[in-house]
Design a protein around this ligand. Structure first.
Ligand SMILES: [Cu+2]
Length: 640
């Protein structure tokens, strides 16, 4: 069967195409559910059940459905709908009471224009000697649970402002301190302008453009990546096959890059590892205690959505070598489909040493180069850039890495005023508040399929005694994380802690259950006080590991609608049930935090900081799975 959308041959987990997005909107319009006033918040693939995906065969038409979130500004109502593409039917549609959906790019732009036109705001600018409001950048921020009670139930955002003398100035160099607007985004009206007093604009421009920071260094010789015989991966639709790895490159308007159905081809047998992997929330709590700066808590996935903020990547800049790009299709607030070209990059990289041994008797050295397949995308969220990388290794490992770069958020300082205790002075008249970035990776694990169980593995010293006369022994202690509460865990680097996901029904050659371990990287906990509103809203930050039995409705660790939600929603709420997590279809949620005490060197644009984690096989293979990687040159001489 070929549907109107040409679904035959498409994988059931492929993101919605432009054509499909257009069809979904046409169905909703003809049913009278989309008017010119309606704001389209999110149109994404309604992912079919795993059984349905596994039963799908190439060349056949999968069941394609879309899930849609719309917002009606006049009553301030949010609706969720599921639309079937094959028969152009609305499967379900419901009003979701008492929520505020994410804020889209068009709302940001309208909010900026609305505030800029407000006389109270313009008077505030005039008090600061700014006579040209068009030179002020006005950023809308989610207000969390801090909206004044008189605006209860309204769609409220607040704003920070920054001045540019020239259009391509770094706006964050000159915060317009003390002037804040509260905006009703549904009515698109400024409801209040607060002026906390004038701080003079900082004198610097925070320049980073090459024509302004020169002269540029001239002693970097070209370093080029040559792949004369092309790449070692193949792409069919959205499916990527590289070495033994197979997976599908997905995308959602909310999470951006998503990987589906990751499996390893082992001696002709496809072995599942992870069914779906994404970063399902990103929260940045700031340490500035002064209202309204104390409201600065961005939920970049749930309040704004990474998809529309995804960069179009440039060859030779974002990725090097022979690249395969994927475009992504989205819908704007008016329901008009559009494409971000080259939004996802797939390429191979040399990754240093894979393994080596030199035998002094034979004089023979065996060396293998590591290579990795990289799937990446970069988002720009206001001042910050987040570059997301998934690395697939020849040794059966998967690594996730996020590089944080861009420009730090800033506040103004009066002349001679020192930096406060919660920030770093980064330029004359400018400080960057301390803050943290908490990412939550959602990993629907399927190690050799399902069911799976999770163990925490600590290393500890063995007791001294007759069995340990030299006191040198150390052992591992393994603890089953058998329920949701037992599985709320934190890192412990001094115990070399990791979490092992096993399939109790699949045994390796040595008799142990096959597994993959989640190895946390450097991470941190929030420093907010217990009971602080941000911990209530983003409770997932308080644990580095959560495990839940798979439920398709549980997608986002801070809940479906964190915008203006006081919490608790998401993981802290679901896990109250303390459901069993042993021998089950499991989702692992890994919180990783980047702690940012700003440095002068992070200004005016930050050298990339990295956070990440790894999934490594443990008894999944019988031995090093990379023994069959050939030496670098055909004669084994490593090209000498
Ligand atoms: Cu930071």
């Amino acid at each position: 069967m070929v549907t109107a959308s040409g679904a035959a041959g498409r994988h059931p987990l492929e993101p919605l195409s432009r054509q499909e997005l257009g069809e979904v909107l046409a169905v909703l319009r003809s049913a009278g559910h989309v008017s010119p006033a309606t704001r389209i918040i999110d149109v994404s693939l309604h992912e079919p059940d795993r059984a349905e995906v596994l039963a799908w065969r190439p060349g056949t038409a999968p069941r394609r459905q879309a899930q849609v979130v719309t917002f009606e500004p006049a009553p301030g109502a949010t609706y969720e709908a599921v639309v079937s593409l094959a028969d152009s039917q609305i499967v379900t549609r419901r009003l979701v009471a008492g929520v505020q959906p994410a804020i889209g790019p068009e709302e940001f732009a309208e909010c900026e224009a609305t505030v800029r036109a407000d006389q109270r705001y313009r008077d505030g600018l005039a008090r600061r000697g700014i006579s040209s409001p068009e030179q002020v950048m006005i950023e809308a921020w989610g207000i969390g649970s801090f909206a004044p009670p008189e605006y209860a139930g309204r769609r409220i955002a607040w704003t920070l402002s920054f001045y540019r003398a020239q259009p391509d100035d770094n706006p964050y160099a000159r915060p317009v301190e003390g002037l804040y607007a509260l905006v009703d985004l549904a009515a698109m009206q400024v409801v209040r302008v607060d002026d906390h007093g004038v701080t003079p604009l900082a004198p610097g421009r925070g320049d980073y453009l090459p024509e302004r920071v020169g002269p540029l260094r001239s002693d970097l010789k070209p370093l080029q990546v040559h792949q004369p015989d092309g790449v070692s991966f193949t792409v069919t639709g959205r499916e990527v096959a590289w070495q033994r790895w197979r997976f599908l490159v997905g995308f959602s308007p909310r999470e951006g890059l998503v990987l589906h159905h990751i499996r390893y081809l082992d001696q002709g047998r496809e072995r599942p590892v992870c069914y779906r992997a994404s970063f399902a929330e990103l929260v940045i709590p700031y340490a500035d205690p002064r209202p309204p700066h104390s409201w600065t808590n961005a939920f970049d996935v749930g309040e704004y959505g990474l998809g529309p903020l995804t960069n179009s990547l440039a060859l030779g800049c974002d990725c090097l070598g022979t690249i395969r790009y994927f475009d992504v299709d989205l819908c704007d607030a008016a329901g008009q489909p559009y494409t971000i070209p080259q939004a996802i990059c797939v390429h191979e990289e040399d990754a240093g040493l894979l393994w080596k041994h030199y035998d002094p008797v034979s004089g023979r050295a065996e060396v293998r180069r590591a290579r990795r397949l990289v799937v990446s995308s970069v988002v720009t969220i206001g001042n910050y850039e987040y570059a997301f990388y998934w690395y697939f290794g020849l040794d059966g490992s998967i690594e996730a890495e996020i590089r944080l770069t861009g420009v730090m958020l800033t506040s103004g300082l009066a002349e001679g005023e020192p930096a406060p205790s919660y920030g770093t002075r980064v330029d004359d008249g400018v400080f960057a508040p301390y803050h943290q970035h908490f990412f939550c990776a959602r990993l629907h694990m399927t190690v050799d399929g399902t069911p799976n169980s999770v163990y925490e593995i600590d290393t500890e010293p063995a007791p001294a005694g007759p069995d340990n006369p030299a006191g040198n022994a150390f052992v591992t202690r393994r603890r089953l994380l058998g329920s949701e509460r037992q599985a709320q865990r934190r890192i412990d680097p001094l115990k070399a802690r990791y979490w092992l996901v096993v399939n109790p029904h699949s045994r390796g050659r040595l008799g142990e259950p096959t597994g993959y371990k989640l190895v946390p990287g450097s991470t941190v906990l929030p420093f907010a006080q217990p009971g602080a509103p941000i911990l209530r809203r983003a409770g997932f930050m308080t644990q580095h590991l959560w495990v839940t039995p798979f439920d398709p409705a549980e997608r986002y660790p801070a809940g479906d609608y964190p915008n203006q939600d006081p919490g608790p929603a998401g993981l802290p709420a679901w896990t109250q049930a303390d459901r069993p997590t042993e021998d089950a279809d499991l989702v692992l949620w890994h919180t990783l935090g980047s702690h940012h005490i700003p440095r002068p060197e992070d200004w005016p644009v930050m050298p990339a900081e990295r956070v990440g984690f790894a999934l490594r096989p443990v008894g999944f293979f019988d031995r090093n799975p990379a023994l069959d990687v050939p030496p670098a040159s055909p004669d084994g001489s490593c090209g000498d």
